[in-house]
Design a protein around this ligand. Structure first.
Ligand code: ADP
Ligand code: MG
Length: 696
């Protein structure tokens, strides 16, 4: 394996080797996530100060930065302690003041001798009707003006690191930056008018206009692209490596599938057929499958999962379907069982509740191969869960599981094919960022017969009306979810609030009609509560967000969400997706506490406007940022220094395609461009990716 290219060595030197950086400041830079000169050059200014000289201060708006030649008129030492030191100056047109708090008079008099000319740069303010500059950023003698950049970059700072030190350290690091061979696609670079890497950095750090720091400027865009490309190359290499790792050919006969299909009470949608076919083809190929099945809530992912599991069974193997909660696992079991059985398939469930002899018996049957399909929770990860011949692992509602768990399940068999199902329609940019190593099947068509959900925004103060309306609906035999508020700023539910609401609704509608489920209940109670609602015994289910994912009760047509303003958009969309599954007109009431912030109202209005999960996800991304949408920590989403997932989604797609193309044509990165791409990977510390190339 070749090491880090020599041209990059200086950029990975100790920070202390930079002029101006001593042992003290070297300890502070890491607070800005800066460890090396390389990190410094990728720390771009977040704004620019226009320091182009002006003639007259009178022309400049309040709050702007003035750079102006003045004559020093007179010093006014403070009359009383605590007052500032003031200096009258004139720009030849009008007089104004320079103001220094805690100024040392001797020093100021030397800096600004009365009767001499100086160039001053600083922010213009007005105090008591007099224009002034408090603590000018620059005081220069005539002839020193060239020390002043016309457009001065402003960098992010931390305690103990000044703008001057930062600028100096970056300057010194830039002097170490090489001019490496181009790793981006030549045609792309040309068509977008991008500068080379070094030139782009120079432009970003030495702005020639206010526009340079805009993400849309060619220099900035190019550097963002590099970051995306490095990430996508990593994913493309991972994908390549996995596809090279020996997979198994798992070909179905179609025999069990056709029996199951015959038992279904509906026709597959075109999208379901297409997805099932893509999955079967992937399983039937020699490479190992790593596929994402994406579909909005209610798109009908479960039946696609069923058909895929049947492929594994038809080929003589087994399949496992894992859900994030016990409730969902049980629901999958009961949903799949009739059709699995129609196809002659033995299906079982394994959860944390299986204990002792029963569990042993299930494990034995699994190891012997007499259970064909296992549905379960995290419990299926346990070491003593051994399959006879596991061919397919399906993970439902992926965002609750980490990548590591995805891998662990894949390790339970000999080259197990993995299918991940997610109901969170995440924006394409995030999709590509998080799942760029996976192949994707999308259910973009909802099963027919769904009626749209009417969404209304209602103040919490109208609770009585809501309860009265609900009473009428219950009399018509309809069922309702009632979701309780989250504790502000947290993911946990206010249990007291849930229990209080439960009591209040029982008092209003009668004990037997109202049930309660929440995350802290014993599993058995929760399942029983859920089951009573599914069977229609209870008509109102007071719940926490445990019902957020997956739960399917077609007769439920009303969703009430209290304090909706505290929920994320995607979460509200998921919750609302619990209704509108049957033929009945469905309603979602988003109850909010006044006063509702501007942003809060906007968010809720988006939900009222659309049921398009994709659009909602895009809006959510814009409003909250990528980290919050996915939960950076658990998603393993990389943090980009320059690239911006919110505004540069399209660029991520370009990088994905470019990376895949390069890895397809030059998997071991030995072409001229391939070698340049290695430099990019080193530069962005994609060590993992570099190890994967060396394998090839
Ligand atoms: P999700 O994608 O949210 O997991 P489900 O698989 O739970 O969706 O399906 C939602 C509902 O739609 C279920 O009641 C299911 O029986 C029904 N369904 C699925 N596919 C179809 C179809 N092609 N036609 C009619 N109903 C369908
Ligand atoms: Mg589902």
């Amino acid at each position: 394996m070749t090491g880090r290219p020599e041209i990059l060595w200086p950029l990975f030197a100790d920070l202390q080797s930079l002029p101006g950086v001593g042992p003290q400041s070297a300890k502070l830079f890491p607070n800005l996530d800066i460890q090396t000169p390389k990190d410094l050059i990728f720390t771009l200014p977040h704004s620019v100060i226009d320091r182009r000289p002006a003639e007259r201060i009178a022309d400049l708006p309040e709050g702007s930065t003035a750079t102006i030649a003045v004559r020093v008129e007179r010093h006014h030492p403070p009359r009383t302690k605590g007052r500032p030191w003031r200096v009258d100056v004139s720009d030849g047109d009008s007089a104004f003041q320079l103001v220094f708090f805690h100024g040392r008079g001797e020093y100021l008099k030397k800096q600004l001798p009365e009767g001499e000319a100086r160039v001053i740069s600083g922010k213009v303010e007005t105090f008591d009707g007099v224009r002034q500059i408090v603590h000018p950023d620059y005081i220069l003698r005539p002839g020193e003006e060239d020390q002043l950049p016309e457009f001065e970059p402003v960098y992010p700072l931390t305690q103990g690191i000044s703008q001057k030190l930062m600028a100096k350290a970056i300057d010194a690091s830039m002097a170490l930056a090489p001019d490496p061979p181009e790793w981006a696609d030549g045609a792309l670079v040309a068509s977008r008018n991008w500068p080379g890497w070094n030139e782009a950095l120079q432009a970003a750090h030495n702005p020639s206009s206010m526009a340079v720091i805009s993400p849309a400027s060619p220099a900035h865009e190019r550097l963002a692209y590099d970051e995306f490309l490095a990430h996508q190359l990593t994913l493309a290499l991972a994908r390549k490596e996995r596809r090279r790792s020996k997979g198994r050919v798992t070909k179905g006969t179609g025999a069990r599938q056709s029996k199951a299909l015959a038992a279904l009470p509906y026709q597959l949608t075109g999208a379901q057929e297409r997805a099932a076919r893509e999955i079967a083809e992937d399983m039937g190929g020699p490479a190992r499958m790593n596929r994402l099945l994406q579909g909005d809530v209610g798109a009908g992912k479960t039946v696609v999962a069923l058909l895929s599991l049947l492929v594994a069974v038809e080929a003589g193997g087994q399949g496992v379907l894992m859900a994030p909660t016990e409730i969902l696992a049980r629901q999958h079991l009961s949903g799949l069982k009739p059709f699995a059985e129609a196809a002659g398939v033995v299906i079982e469930i394994l959860t944390g509740r299986d204990k002792g002899k029963e569990r042993q018996a299930k494990l034995a049957a699994l190891a012997a191969g007499s259970i064909h399909v296992l549905v379960g929770t995290h419990a299926v990860f346990q070491d003593d869960v051994v399959f006879h011949d596991l061919r397919l692992a399906i993970i439902d509602e992926q965002h609750r599981f980490g990548v590591a768990q995805r891998m662990a399940l894949g390790a339970k068999g000999d080259s197990v094919d993995v299918l991940v199902m997610t109901a969170t329609p995440i924006p394409r940019s995030l999709n590509l960022t998080q799942y760029g190593d996976m192949d994707v099947s999308i259910l973009d068509e909802k099963p027919p017969g769904r009626s749209p959900v009417t969404t209304a925004l209602i103040s919490m103060s109208r609770m009585d009306e809501v309860i009265e309306h609900l009473r009428g609906a219950l009399e018509e035999g309809r069922q309702a979810y009632w979701v309780c508020p989250l504790v502000e700023e947290s993911e946990t539910v206010d249990l007291t609030a849930a229990e209080d609401r439960f009591k209040a609704l029982r008092a209003a509608f009668g004990d037997s009609l109202v049930g309660l489920v929440h995350g802290q209940m014993p599993h058995a109670d929760r399942d029983a509560g859920m089951a009573r609602f599914v069977s229609g015994e209870t008509q109102v289910l007071v719940a926490t967000t445990v019902i957020e994912v997956g739960v399917d009760v077609p007769n439920a047509s009303i969703m009430v969400i209290e304090r909706a303003e505290n929920f994320g958009l995607a979460q509200l969309h998921q919750l609302r997706g619990r209704v509108g599954r049957g033929a009945a007109e469905s309603t979602c009431l988003l109850m909010f506490q006044t006063p509702l912030s501007e942003g809060g109202r906007k968010r809720l209005e988006i939900l009222r406007e659309t049921e398009d999960g994709f659009r909602i996800a895009e809006e959510d991304l814009v409003m909250r940022g990528a980290g919050d949408v996915l939960g950076t920590a658990q998603s393993g989403l990389p943090r980009f220094r320059i690239g911006d997932l919110e505004s540069q989604a399209a660029l991520m797609a370009v990088a994905r395609d470019d990376a895949r193309r390069l890895i397809e044509t030059d998997p071991s990165l030995t072409s001229e461009r391939g070698i340049a791409a290695r430099t990019l990977l080193w530069l962005h510390e994609k060590d993992k990716a570099i190890r994967m190339i060396s394998v090839g």
